[in-house]
Design a protein around this ligand. Structure first.
Ligand code: KG4
Ligand code: ZN
Length: 341
């Protein structure tokens, strides 16, 4: 079975061909980072227009690299949400058109659920359940109990900024370009993580929820002075910036490691499944490896970490195996799509 996956939730245009839900024949991603960099973040209208320009060339390239033609595709999976409404419309309308044209099933997939599936797809052997799913992306920071594949119970989530969003905002404070995560990670490598006492927030009576907005403000005041604004100038000497980046990263990740392992223990999980762009951070992986835990860790592999269409195709295939029916061609995009009922 060949599944075409289509991804257009934010600022990456992706098309992939995946065989039997696992074997990636092609996984083409056209990033728009250059376009949004000068604005310090994704500009939705610009993202939509770029998706329109890129969707067909990216689809063509995915077919060429997989050495198949459109007629060889058995089903089409597309990210229905969550994401930017205009950006989602481009991918979903492309998927609907192809499903109608080729008379093949259309499968609507949740982008965040697909980030978790990416880690399963990255393993050579089947994942062991029960698992704790950990989503660390630009829009989500969630701990999800998974008693079996495709079954989810929300254990905790951020009450304000997502962890990736906090990295992006801290980068902006430090005058670093978008996306901030990789820049902060690089700077932090040369910094002292214990130099500045920064603390992420706790949420009353909700031990597995996150709050990163106070941590971000802590960085702002350390970098620009007490009660400074985002637009204020940096007052911290340049040689101290790596220490600040390292201290921020350490504070955010310590909080994530602590709450994740506590939640996994509470739910008697055998394994932890990681997903989302922030999981590309090596320091995060090292901190989990250094922590005391009997859990098996499943990380997504290169090409499946950041937004991509192979994870959409993979999850779409699994979904279709379980519920073999096509989504309606009237299906709407869902900018706030939940995957936990
Ligand atoms: O999962 P993703 O590609 O898109 C969303 O669905 O949000 O995640 C993007 C987020 C951005 O906030 C980016 O700054 C962050 O992941 N990120 C990182 C790293 N690489 C990307 N954060 C920390 N360290 C990194 N190396
Ligand atoms: Zn994503």
């Amino acid at each position: 079975m060949l599944t075409l996956g289509i991804e257009s939730t934010c600022d990456e245009t992706g098309c992939a061909i995946v065989k039997n839900g696992r074997q990636i024949l092609s996984n083409i991603v056209a990033s728009q980072i250059d376009l949004h960099m000068e604005y310090g973040g994704v500009v939705p209208e610009l993202a939509c227009r770029r998706h329109v320009d890129l969707m067909i060339p990216v689809l063509r390239e995915a077919l060429e690299e997989a050495r198949i033609s459109l007629q060889d595709i058995d089903q089409i999976a597309v990210a229905q949400g969550p994401g930017l409404v205009g950006a989602l419309l481009i991918g979903v309308n492309c998927a609907k058109t192809l499903a109608w044209l080729l008379d093949k099933p259309l499968i609507a997939v949740n982008h965040i659920e697909a980030h978790l599936y990416a880690a399963s797809m990255s393993q050579d052997i089947p994942v062991e359940f029960p698992c704790l799913g950990v989503v660390l992306s630009g829009g989500h920071t969630s701990l999800v109990y998974m008693p079996e594949e495709g079954s989810y119970e929300l254990i905790g989530q951020t009450v304000d900024d997502a962890v990736g969003e906090a990295f992006d905002k801290v980068a902006k404070i430090l005058n670093l370009p978008y996306p901030g995560g990789p820049r902060i990670e690089a700077l932090a490598k040369n910094g002292n993580p214990n130099r500045f006492a920064l603390k992420p927030g706790t949420v009353k009576n909700r031990p597995f929820d996150f709050s990163f907005s106070g941590l971000k403000t802590g960085v702002l005041y350390t970098a620009k002075g007490q009660s400074a604004k985002y637009s204020s100038v940096l007052t911290l000497p340049a040689e101290d910036i790596p220490d600040l980046a390292a201290s921020f990263q350490q504070a955010a990740f310590s909080d994530i490691v602590k709450k994740t392992l506590a939640a996994a223990k509470m739910k008697n999980c055998r394994a932890i499944l990681f997903g989302g762009g922030v999981t590309s951070n090596q320091r995060l992986r090292d901190m989990f490896n250094e922590a005391e835990s009997s859990n098996i860790y499943y990380w997504p592999k290169m090409g499946l970490i950041l937004d991509n269409a192979a994870m959409i195709a993979g999850l779409g295939y699994r979904r279709y195996l379980k519920h073999p029916h096509s989504a309606s061609l009237d299906m709407e995009v869902m900018p706030n799509m939940p995957f936990i009922k």
